[in-house]
Ligand binder design. Structure first.
Ligand code: SF4
Ligand code: SF4
Length: 270
């Protein structure tokens, strides 16, 4: 995202809209500017603001004149008065930022909107996580924080040393140069996104190992990490995950329960 310096009248309306704090008024030129290193190409500023097409020179003149009279003249807070926010043609590797940060853009590698797959929400249909297994979602970043792929890679490389399987339909998997080592493509490591989700599964016996690796690596990263874990219940509704998590010192909650009303495909139920 860029801001047309000829059009911008430095009203500051776009600054609080940006979830990454990437827009600032450059005092040297008195225009809004995007810090492109921090911008994750989420398009919130461009899509979230109404646009007027006022003449920038006229707006600047009126604002300057009224300022002399100690009167502020500001446009409505959700409006860019001169349509100055200008999306750029994104090329590789920068295009990865938008794929992981703009929920309205389908990810090219999966066709799934957003940052992960539908994972356990549809497990009764996909049967990805079977009885005796645990499925993990490890989420990096949040609005206002973001994450660079080099931090994601630190985690994926540590996890790859365990007996785990990364989910191949996950968007981060599509960026792996070597799933066996967890290494991501070198050319995307500096790209920053709003958030990214790594999905994997492992036998229940290895749940403590995954939790300990995540606990050890997360504090070393320049982002925040949230972890979710799921399993398939047996015919009685019991599961082997609960005692494992309790032994590891976690308070156990059933955050979401899928009742199994989805119809499993013949291949999965065979
Ligand atoms: S809202 Fe538009 S005119 Fe106002 S500072 Fe942002 S880009 Fe400039
Ligand atoms: S595209 Fe998103 S991150 Fe970039 S300047 Fe606009 S709101 Fe901020």
């Amino acid at each position: 995202m860029q801001i047309d310096q000829q059009k911008c009248v430095a009203c500051s309306n776009c600054i609080p809209i940006c979830p990454m704090g990437a827009i600032y008024i450059d005092p040297a030129v008195n225009r809004a500017t995007v810090n492109l290193d921090e911008c994750v190409e989420c398009f919130t500023c461009h899509r979230g603001m109404s646009k007027e097409h006022l003449n920038p020179t006229v707006v600047r003149t009126i604002r300057g004149f009224l300022k002399l009279l100690r009167i502020r003249f500001d446009p409505e807070p959700d409006v860019c008065p001169t349509d100055a926010l200008t999306p750029q043609e994104l090329t590789w590797p920068r295009i990865v930022r938008r794929a992981f940060s703009d929920p309205l853009v389908p990810h090219e590698s999966t066709g799934v909107h957003g940052r992960g797959t539908e994972e356990v929400k549809t497990n009764d249909v996909t049967d990805r996580v079977k009885e005796g297994e645990a499925g993990f979602t490890i989420e990096f970043g949040r609005p206002g924080v973001g994450v660079r792929f080099r931090d994601v890679q630190q985690m994926t490389m540590a996890l790859a040393a365990l007996p785990i399987t990364f989910e191949p339909k996950n968007p981060v998997f599509a960026l792996m140069a070597d799933p066996a080592t967890g290494a991501l493509r070198a050319d995307i490591l500096n790209e920053k996104v709003l958030s990214a989700i790594v999905e994997l599964k492992t036998p229940l016996t290895h749940v403590p190992g995954v939790l300990r690796v995540v606990e050890a690596i997360a504090p070393t990263l320049d982002t925040i990490v949230a972890i979710g874990v799921a399993t398939r219940c047996d015919a009685q509704g019991d599961n082997g995950l609960e005692p494992v998590l309790k032994r590891e010192g976690y308070t156990f909650y059933r955050g979401k329960t899928n009742l199994g009303l989805g119809r499993r495909p013949a291949a999965a139920s065979a």
